[in-house]
Design a protein around this ligand. Structure first.
Ligand SMILES: *Cc1c(COP(=O)(O)O)cnc(C)c1O
Length: 403
């Protein structure tokens, strides 16, 4: 006897009639070119793939701002790319200084601990960015081999604006720097070579506006030397950078690359290159500042004070009389707009990554957000919020010559 065929509802009956507008902390909406590339399967070891891999690496070098010849793709989430950086650079008993702002930066510390490193955590107080003097003190005292840090902590919407200074300090101490840029890459400046970063991690589904599950990690020459000189055998076969190098630089087999996802990533990177980084950063900045002004003009407050506030994901304090889950459900069912709750503080989060930073998406989101707040009993000044959005988006239409 076979186990019985299960009763399955067709996807059409499960998915909403029209796609929801994904304005949360990721995944974000993907452009049509990315979606269409993601529907194609090709030979993972053929000439077409080889050409695509060359272009992905060339475009990634631009987006990471690096000349590195050690950019690797990972069939896995941003976390797999984080783990790839950690397990290849860290050996048991290595000293690691982990700057922990929240959920994701602490994940790097957790991964280092699981790799049996000697991990010292610097837990940054909520609402603040990592303090340069404190990092200097810890580098002096602890003399770590590796420092881990996040550029934008998605979970509590904090921006480590002191990242370049911290990288420079670490360099002086001959300490390798691993930067998690999953949320921020291509939404704000990050210059891998100029800032002397040794490993930069990104995922697909945030700043780059590609699909989740295919990620990138870039290693500096110095990091690659550490990897090359290791004599032990890595316990992680899939995440072994030297094995991944076989596929990414030597046209040979490691595992079957996620061809469709790499094609999608190719298109996402191409769109970044077409837009150029300065224009893309400007678009993200204008859109996020306009969103923040709009929320405040409605009469609500933002979670993080300005100096440490992340633009790529905006955290909004929830009024006492509104339940955040109810708000999210209301926005989703009535307005087909999705935003995120949080892992801790009583906030909701609206993303400004990639395709989320478009005027039309912002108007729809602000309208859905304000209307839902009102429906759930919080008096907000929605017209004032929309007006603030409109006036703050003006520089966008000027810089893009839209009349
Ligand atoms: C989303 C995110 C991650 C994890 O990415 P996954 O694809 O979910 O594994 C790591 N770091 C930051 C800063 C993120 O925003």
């Amino acid at each position: 006897m076979y186990i019985q065929v299960p009763n399955i509802v067709p996807l059409d009956n499960i998915l909403p009639d029209e796609p929801l507008l994904m304005m949360g902390a990721g995944p974000v909406p993907i452009p049509a070119k990315v979606a269409s590339a993601n529907s194609i399967v090709i030979n993972h070891l053929g000439n077409t793939m080889a050409q695509i891999i060359e272009q992905v690496k060339a475009m990634a070098r631009y987006v990471f701002q690096t000349e590195s010849q050690h950019i690797l793709g990972v069939a896995g989430p941003g976390s797999a790319a984080m783990e790839m950086a950690i397990v290849n650079l860290i050996q048991p008993d290595d000293k690691v200084l982990s700057i922990c702002n929240g959920f994701f930066s602490s994940r790097l510390a957790e991964m280092a601990t699981r790799s049996h490193a000697n991990v010292q955590r610097y837990t940054v107080p909520n609402g603040e960015f990592a303090n340069v003097e404190e990092v200097a003190r810890l580098l002096n005292e602890f003399q770590p081999k590796v420092l881990t840090i996040v550029q934008g902590e998605t979970s509590n919407t904090v921006f480590n604006r002191s990242l370049p200074e911290i990288c420079a300090l670490a360099k002086k101490h001959h300490c390798l720097v691993i930067v998690d840029a999953v949320c921020t890459l291509s939404t704000m400046p990050l210059e891998m070579d100029k800032w002397h970063i040794d490993a930069v991690i990104t995922g697909g589904q945030k700043g780059l506006s590609s699909i989740p599950g295919v990620s990138l990690v870039a290693f500096s020459d110095q990091a690659w030397q550490v990897i090359n000189e290791r004599e032990d055998t890595l316990r992680h076969w899939c995440l072994d950078a030297k094995l991944a190098d076989q596929f990414w630089y030597k046209k040979s087999y490691h595992y079957t690359a996620p061809v469709s996802g790499i094609l999608a990533l190719h298109e996402a990177l191409r769109l970044v290159c077409n837009e150029t980084l300065p224009k893309r950063f400007e678009r993200h900045l204008i859109c996020s500042v306009a969103l923040q002004a709009s929320i405040e003009a409605m009469g609500l407050s933002l979670f993080v004070p300005k100096p440490a506030r992340l633009n790529s994901v905006v955290g909004i304090n929830m009024p006492d009389n509104v339940n955040s889950m109810e708000l999210l459900n209301f926005m989703s069912s009535h307005y087909k707009v999705e935003i995120s709750g949080s892992f801790g503080p009583n906030i909701v989060r609206i993303g400004q990554m990639g395709e989320q930073s478009r005027a039309h998406n912002l108007f729809r989101t602000v309208h859905a957000f304000g209307s839902s707040m009102k429906a759930l009993g919080k008096e907000v000044d929605l017209p004032n919020g929309v007006a603030a959005l409109e006036s703050n988006l003006q520089p966008l239409s000027q810089s893009f010559n839209v009349t």
